[in-house]
Unconditional design. Structure first.
Length: 429
């Protein structure tokens, strides 16, 4: 799409230049005249380049140097030789400073030359700024060819503005000026929403800033590049690569959430930039929210989860050293086993959603008739942390007091003494 627009604008500029100069310029002889006409008529780039070379060799001092360079510039693009097209555009600018078509050629091709050398970046930036400087003059109403509609003329100007901002963004990105790159890429997408390549570049430039507040924008841009499949989309292979990268980044940042990722791609497919209120939460933010919710709904479980996270975290050894021998705060757990069942000496407890034993409580204080059945929920406090193993997780505690959850065991039944035995006993007396 952009290639067609580029060639379209170049053709307009070239034909306009020839028409404007025709009364003042004349070919040296009939042979030059025929060469010039044959070049105009030739549609095969390779053959046109041969004719241009003949013209250049036989008539190095032609009156049509500018036109010849512009034909070289255009034909090199058509032949898939962007570096030579940029070189020809540079020669045009030596002859005609601020030539719009030369600026356009350099700016449009710079991001795709496969080079980020300093001279390439400087040349591209100069051309992009030159485009913006000459834009209004180039697309003035009185310069519109009669066979071009107002809509096409406006579209041409918009396309040129897009090229300028795309290239300024690319140059800034390659120069590691990530915030200016972000601003230019956004301007480019506002002008040409279908530019999926720019969406990917924007995501990369934003990601490189390492600003947590911009993570949503970076991920969204990757989703746009992966999901958009209309005009201006990446090639299928490129989309697959971006999609794989998006999945990796999304899962690492947000967590494993296939539905959330699918919803994000569906949204990004329809818009190049995210809505202002979009927020993709990090796994840490989600975890913090869940912890706050748990503190409100089940504070004792929240306390245990904080202890467990501390023990199994990266600084677990130091956490345990500080915790060992201290009395634990009030906790709540589910009985897996109690030995003995009445007034137990050892209680094994599952503390979270797991059914695995996570705490072994030894010698807890309880009421004389406390009975614990598997599945019962108990609360206890002031147990002393004694031992800990990380894998499998096991925290052993001693003492403390069971404060809730005991079932009252029935009192033992005294065996009735037979009346005959009582009578015998009295007779013996």
């Amino acid at each position: 799409m952009l290639r067609k627009l580029t060639l379209y604008l170049l053709t307009l500029s070239l034909l306009g230049s020839v028409a404007a100069q025709a009364p003042q310029k004349q070919p040296k002889d009939r042979e030059e005249y025929d060469l010039f006409n044959n070049i105009i008529k030739e549609t095969v780039p390779a053959k046109r380049l041969q004719l241009l070379d003949q013209w250049n060799q036989k008539y190095p001092d032609t009156a049509y140097k500018e036109e010849r360079l512009k034909y070289y510039m255009q034909t090199y693009q058509q032949a898939g030789q962007p570096a030579k097209a940029v070189e020809a555009a540079g020669e045009v600018l030596k002859l005609v400073p601020d030539d719009f078509s030369a600026y356009y050629t350099i700016a449009s091709l710079t991001p795709f030359l496969g080079s980020n050398e300093a001279n390439v970046l400087a040349n591209g930036e100069k051309a992009a700024n030159g485009l913006l400087k000459t834009m209004d003059q180039q697309f003035a109403a009185d310069k519109k060819p009669p066979n071009v509609s107002d809509a096409d003329w406006a579209a041409g100007k918009k396309a040129a503005q897009y090229i300028a901002h795309q290239t300024l963004g690319w140059v800034a990105w390659q120069s590691k000026k990530y915030e200016p790159a972000e601003q230019e890429f956004i301007k480019a997408l506002e002008l040409t929403p279908a530019a999926a390549q720019v969406s990917f570049w924007l995501g990369t430039a934003v990601q490189a800033q390492k600003n947590p507040d911009k993570n949503t924008l970076a991920i969204y841009c990757f989703a746009r590049a992966a999901a958009y499949d209309g005009p201006g989309a990446l090639a299928p292979a490129g989309r697959q690569q971006v999609d794989a990268y998006l999945t990796k980044v999304y899962k690492s940042y947000h967590g494993d959430d296939p539905k959330g990722l699918a919803d994000l791609k569906a949204m990004a497919k329809n818009s190049p930039l995210p809505p202002a209120d979009l927020k993709i939460k990090s796994s840490e933010e989600i975890r913090a929210e869940k912890e706050e919710e748990l503190k409100k709904s089940n504070p004792k479980l929240a306390t245990f989860m904080a202890i467990k996270d501390g023990l199994t975290g990266s600084d677990g050894a130091n956490f345990w050293n500080q915790m060992k021998g201290t009395a634990m705060p009030p906790l709540r757990g589910t009985v897996i086993s109690a030995k003995p069942a009445v007034r137990p000496k050892v209680v094994e407890l599952a503390m979270s959603q797991s059914t695995d034993v996570e705490i072994t409580l030894t010698a807890p204080e309880s009421s004389a008739r406390c009975k614990l059945d598997p599945g019962a929920t108990i609360e206890f406090e002031n147990a002393e942390a004694k031992e800990f193993t990380a894998s499998p997780f096991m925290l052993k505690m001693e003492g403390g007091k069971i404060t809730a959850g005991c079932a009252e065991a029935p009192a033992p039944v005294k065996k009735a003494v037979p009346k005959k035995a009582v009578a015998k006993k009295k007779a013996g007396d």
